[in-house]
Design a protein around this ligand. Structure first.
Ligand code: PMV
Length: 315
């Protein structure tokens, strides 16, 4: 029985979350240690068009026909049929698994969508291009995020560090010198749409102040792009600290995130900040190989629900 599988990495935002929604530049990187995976197996004995969905991580076992139309998996499959110009996929089962923490700012929803689109399109011998995959995932992401900037679908589709300006620039960022990040999960689920909505209301109420914060964040992302391209990694730490301070002023940090950020710095990190929508979810710390154990221990002692060490390099 032929099987088609595809996987996609998690991601973290290195610089520029929230400000990216308002047109400022941001940088995101893939986290390849955690992945979403989709496997499509043809089931020629099932009725035509019957698509069984098995997603044990979220205790979902159903058929496409039974899934609510607004379910993110239903949306992404529906978008795939339209893009591929078919009425339905040949009868099959679609198994979805993921090791990416959910609602932790690591792009689990986008990664599942990328993997599903690639596995399903491969199963009918019509691979979608990266641009098509990224665009379709963006459509599905609207369900998780409201009006997403598009950085998550982009970095996860290309599985490469990206420098991104909404609607304008998507640069696959060359990494001159690899660097290491530790991701610390607060264990607090934080729906992106809520933090994004709160920032929007604050921006409406204090236009000038928030635009200044976004400009300052954008300036950090521009400096970080230069540092990554030239291999000047030591300058990234202070830029991350500065970006965290600006996110605190935007009101999207939390006592738990601040505690992890401070613990990472005290443990020897070169810099640290929250990553993603904030309020909960994850933070990231820039570490040298010699300090990675100490920073991991410091994060766990400060209450991190989990940590991931990842190396960012040009792939
Ligand atoms: O998906 P998250 O939690 O990493 O957050 C996305 C980053 C935001 O800038 C807050 C929203 C967006 O669409 O870019």
């Amino acid at each position: 029985m032929p099987a088609f599988s595809a996987s996609a990495p998690g991601k973290v935002i290195l610089f520029g979350e929230h400000a990216v929604v308002y047109g400022r530049p941001a940088i995101a990187v893939p986290v390849t240690q955690v992945r979403a995976k989709a496997i499509v197996i043809a089931e020629p004995k099932s009725p035509p068009g019957m698509l069984r969905i098995l997603a044990p991580d979220i205790h979902l076992e159903t058929t496409l026909a039974e899934l609510p139309e607004s379910h993110p998996l239903a949306v992404v499959i529906q978008k795939a049929t339209l893009a591929l110009g078919i009425d339905h996929f040949p009868a099959c089962s679609l198994q979805v698994t993921s090791t990416i923490p959910i609602a932790a700012g690591m792009g689990s929803g986008a990664a599942v969508s990328v993997a599903v689109l690639r596995a399903l399109s491969a199963s009918i011998g019509h691979l979608l291009s990266d641009v098509q995959v990224s665009d379709l995932v963006y459509e599905a992401e609207k369900i998780y995020h409201g009006i997403p900037s598009g950085i998550d679908n982009t970095v996860i589709t290309y599985s490469r560090p990206v420098y991104f300006i909404k609607g304008k620039t998507m640069e696959l960022l060359p990494v001159k010198k690899p660097f290491n990040l530790i991701i610390g999960d607060t264990g607090i689920k934080s729906p992106t749409a809520i933090a994004v909505g709160d920032v929007h209301r604050s921006w409406e109420a204090n236009n000038r102040q928030y635009d200044q914060l976004f400009d300052a964040v954008g300036a950090s992302a521009i400096s970080a792009r230069k540092a990554i391209r030239s291999g000047n990694i030591s300058t990234l730490g202070p830029l991350m600290d500065e970006n965290h301070r600006l996110l605190q002023q935007m009101g999207v940090s939390s006592p738990e995130l601040d505690k992890l950020v401070e613990a990472a710095r005290a443990g020897g990190a070169l810099g640290a900040k929250l990553s993603g929508a904030g309020r909960g979810g994850s933070m990231i710390a820039l570490v040298e190989p010699e300090t990675s154990n100490a920073v991991t221990t410091a994060l766990l002692n400060a209450g991190a629900a989990g940590t991931i060490l990842t190396r960012i390099e040009h792939s």
